[in-house]
Design a protein around this ligand. Sequence first.
Ligand SMILES: [Zn+2]
Length: 344
Amino acid sequence: MRATLMYGAGDVRVEDVPDPKIQNPTDAVVRVVRSCVCGSDLWPYGSMPAAEQGRRMGHEFLGVVEDIGSEVSGLKRGDLVVAPFVWADGTCDFCAEGLHPSCRNGGRYGLDGVDGGQGEAVRVPQAQGTLVKLPVGEDSALLPSLLTLSDVLCTGHHGAVTSRVGPGTSVTVVGDGAVGLSAVLAARRLGAERIILMGRHKDRTDLGREFGATDVIAERGEEAVERVRELTGGDGTHAVVEAVGTEQSMDVALGVVRAGGAISRLGVPQYNEVPLGRDTFMRNITVTGGPAPARAYIEELLPDILDGKIEPGRVFDRTVGLEEVPDGYRAMAAREALKVLIQP
Ligand SMILES: [Zn+2]
């Protein structure tokens, strides 16, 4: 089959790889119907040292179960399923707590002999605990929105939940990428009263307004902090969702959080230290966040997509075939595309 590999910064190739087969009785093989490029894929795309051996890419996909191991129950061949961005058994103590990224028997796509999602098919380990059956057909117009259950919608929701967004709260979302916009959507869904979106790309912040942002701030750094302070009577917002992952965006988050508030980090950190000295201590600031347990949120979010209450698939603004995936990376890295949908 064909699949996407990264060989270094700016070097993405689509190549022939072995067809996935059932290896363990807990596996399923899924034929990919829709996949996409993640903002987090852009970090290695910008910095990965050149390698002899390519790295299999992609961790967001939905598709049809083609083959299934003998110990997998609740799924059958022909089912359309969505895959959360990590696989997990669904039965260990961490999974029971809703912390699937820490599953004792789980792991990530594209590593240790597991396929990536940006290909024609994927062997999914721990299929029973991982895959969620979707009650629509392969031709459903809802597929882009359903695909966001794999990562961005659940990740945005995780940011809103962990930063304690609820009815009447105020929230700042730092970053206008697909995760930031999904956090806006999730915050509105949870009843936030004021949602301040920080971003400089007008087409993205316009979509953010449609998703529920009440204010948009294009300034950066200290100026952005000042603007939020002005909008909130000097206090800052109860919640902050940091959806970039840089030291600068974290500084902004710390600058705009209200005393007693919480910052949720969703962007994969490109830094090693956060200044949590006397100022944040005296103001009772919580810093939380991390990889979302997408599997734990799907049951809550799926009905709103099926009912048409939310349309998170609007973050996809370009569709490519599998052979065009390298250009999809280029377009996202150049900020020509917000998020690229792959239709193998
Ligand atoms: Zn587990």
